[in-house]
Design a protein around this ligand. Structure first.
Ligand SMILES: [Mn+2]
Length: 260
């Protein structure tokens, strides 16, 4: 992680902030997209943070005008007019770039970033998608290092949109096969030593991340805590899975989206 880490200060007028991640939106999951739309219309939060993997795949900002993607852009633009909307890239949508942020009015968040909310707490929080912390998945870390290079991105984005979509679909199929082979217990989690080192650099004691799809809030004996966000699936999961982590004066609360 960069040292010093990026910092952001929310003004005192913001007294409630929501965190969500891993919606993995695609046109195959219309109910999940509808649940997000309903949540964005309803929430009383004064700031919304989406910590990566908003999209199941994002193969370049020129896809923002495709029918499904355009409907999500409109949804986000509406939300960004009501309250500040912050979006971090995840491993699925790391190619989100300037044109998408401009079209939505969302603010781009670096990964990781320290956020201090003057209206909520004296304690800053460290935000990350979480994939960079999953050190045990060495094959993924090699892949990550490769695809985040400017040269790789430029070469990929130079391909026609249809070809990028096909490559993206192949990568997701390979990733699903990898996950099926890995035992659930050994499927990589955030590395606790690295998380603690990041927090030390950040001067924070609270980490919020997604990516692992293993929602929990954990207090560590070493004196720090982490909140792992839930993924969303309102199409195939029974019961539908969707959760919001709310940060307010009284601390952190996990809420169903329809109670925000
Ligand atoms: Mn992820």
């Amino acid at each position: 992680m960069p040292d010093p880490v990026a910092r952001m200060v929310l003004p005192p007028s913001i007294r409630t902030a929501d965190f969500i991640s891993d919606l993995h939106l695609s046109r195959e999951l219309p109910r999940t997209a509808a649940a997000l739309a309903e949540y964005l219309r309803r929430t009383k939060a004064e700031a919304i943070f989406i910590l990566g993997d908003l999209f199941e795949a994002w193969v370049g900002d020129d896809s923002r005008t495709l029918p499904f993607e355009a409907s999500i852009v409109d949804m986000l633009a509406g939300a960004a007019q009501r309250q500040p909307l912050y979006i971090m890239r995840g491993n699925r949508d790391f190619l989100m770039d300037g044109p998408l942020f401009e079209a939505t009015g969302a603010v781009e968040l670096p990964d990781p970033v320290v956020v201090q909310a003057l209206g909520i707490s004296n304690e800053p929080v460290l935000l990350s998608h979480g994939d960079a912390l999953c050190l045990e998945d060495t094959a993924y870390q090699q892949f990550r290092a490769q695809v985040r290079q400017p040269e790789w991105k430029a070469a990929f984005l130079a391909k026609p949109l249809a070809e990028r979509q096909a490559i993206g679909a192949q990568m997701r199929a390979a990733s699903r096969a990898h996950q099926l082979r890995a035992e659930p217990v050994t499927y990589a989690d955030a590395d606790a030593s690295l998380a603690q080192a990041w927090l030390a650099v950040a001067g924070a004691r609270t980490l919020i991340h997604g990516h692992t799809h293993r929602p929990q809030s954990e207090r560590r004996a070493e004196g720090w805590q982490r909140h792992v966000l839930s993924d969303w699936d309102c199409d195939h999961a029974l019961p539908a899975r969707a959760e919001v982590l709310r940060w307010a004066n009284e601390g952190f609360t996990r809420l169903p989206p329809d109670q925000t």
